[in-house]
Design a protein around this ligand. Structure first.
Ligand SMILES: Cc1cc2nc3c(=O)[nH]c(=O)nc-3n(C[C@H](O)[C@H](O)[C@H](O)COP(=O)(O)O)c2cc1C
Length: 398
């Protein structure tokens, strides 16, 4: 039997194999953020498909951190019953659930929030929304840390097996960690220790409200790929070591922000993405995306080099690798070499929710996903995320 089907421990949580469903925003929640039956069914199917650890789409911990209109929320207790249905459905088929706690920071669009987005620093504009962020005061930082802590408590009450803090892809935690986004001079910036402080306070607070046996995971960038230096593999390794010292059970290594397509390398469906922007932004966006193409070309296991730098810092904690994992042989090679303990996928599961079962039964050795990114385009068009390899439905074409 393949090494990928070993039972593994993530902290105190046993997982039936080494496969992780990486958080994937579904565009299926109620407009107030409640989990719908369609979301429950999606994760039930993935659990039937034998995915070991399922991380549903990022859930906003506070209304100020909402990134999409149909995003799941975990910002108040009314969200708990829907989440209970989700965790029950996954548990009924032997899977484990980690709820991803998120705040969109400066990447939360003003048109979704109705107000200016928050960020560690107020410089510049978001490259996608062109919104100008508002620098968070210490009081707002304190409230936001508390929102993560309250959300973690709700996840535990809803029967989640773990929580994952979303510290990747240019969202709020990632912004605090990054010397590019975080230009603060107070105790939340100025040095690696200062920029780590926001995440440190969240981890400490979250740990204090969760049962001792419930693991805390962090998804972080091995590389920000921002216009000026942000998080690099070496800096990510320092952060990972601090996280593990604080009792974080697993680090998922990803990369990229809204400045490029390095989070989801592959094709850039330019017309489908451009149509989501206001008309005045389209010509320049088209040109920018053409230039991005060479930087975001697909390569299997595209975050592996960053993971190799981070690995020594994680010690006995679990390292989860995400990004372009497609063939079973490559996964086995990476795990056997000790570069990662678990392998995480997003787009392959959108197309083939039963992929893990098919791998186990020997019916497949490779995912079908061609990384065309029509699923990503669907997300930005606010239509439910599915595999749209043949194009978005006509009604959504401009
Ligand atoms: C439609 C879509 C939605 C995503 N939503 C999230 C999310 O909610 N949280 C997150 O951390 N990453 C999100 N991602 C990124 C994936 O988790 C993953 O890091 C990335 O797609 C690379 O993995 P892959 O090559 O297996 O798709 C999303 C990706 C896609 C395509």
């Amino acid at each position: 039997m393949s090494i990928m089907f070993d039972t593994v421990q993530v902290g105190d949580m046993p997982v039936r194999n080494r496969f992780v469903h990486s958080a994937t925003h579904e565009v299926l929640a109620e407009t107030d953020g409640r989990v719908t039956e369609e979301i429950v069914r999606r994760y039930e199917t993935l659990a039937k498909g034998e995915v070991g650890l399922i991380i549903p789409g990022h859930m906003f911990v506070h209304p100020s951190g909402r990134a999409h209109p149909r995003q799941s929320g975990i910002y108040c207790d009314e969200m708990i019953p829907g989440l209970c249905r989700l965790t029950d459905a996954v548990h009924a088929h032997g899977g484990k659930v980690a709820v991803q706690l998120a705040h969109g920071g400066r990447q939360s669009p003003k048109k979704v929030l109705g107000t200016q987005p928050l960020a560690p620093s107020g410089h510049g504009r978001d490259p996608v929304t062109m919104n100008k962020p508002r620098q968070m005061t210490r009081e707002i930082i304190r409230e936001t840390v508390q929102a993560f802590i309250d959300a973690a408590r709700r996840a535990a009450e809803a029967g989640a097996d773990a929580v994952q803090l979303h510290g990747a892809h240019g969202y709020l935690i990632c912004e605090f960690l990054s010397p590019f986004y975080n230009r603060r001079r107070d105790e939340y910036g100025g040095s690696a220790e200062g920029r780590f402080r926001f995440l440190r306070e969240i981890v400490t607070g979250v740990r204090s409200v969760l049962p001792d046996t419930m693991p805390v995971l962090v998804k972080m960038n091995g590389n920000d790929y921002t216009p000026r230096t942000g998080v690099t593999p070496d800096l990510a390794a320092r952060y990972a070591a601090w996280l593990v010292d604080m009792g974080v059970a697993a680090v998922e290594v990803s990369g990229g922000t809204y400045y490029g397509f390095q989070s989801v390398r592959g094709e850039i469906p330019i017309p489908e993405l451009v149509q989501t922007l206001p008309a005045w932004m389209r010509p320049i966006a088209r040109i920018k995306m053409h230039f991005e193409k060479s930087k975001s070309r697909f390569a299997e296991a595209y975050n592996l080099e960053a993971a190799k730098t981070i690995r020594p810092a994680t010690g006995t904690a679990t390292l989860i690798l995400v990004g372009g994992m497609r063939s079973l042989s490559k996964m086995e090679e990476i795990v056997s070499a000790g570069h990662a303990d678990m392998i995480s996928m997003s787009r392959p599961f959108i197309r083939e929710p039963l992929l893990v079962k098919k791998f186990r039964e020997g019916k497949k050795t490779e995912a079908d996903c061609i990384s065309c990114n029509m699923c990503s385009a669907a997300m930005f068009n606010e239509i439910p995320v599915r595999c749209y390899r043949k194009g978005l439905p006509a009604v959504f074409r401009a």
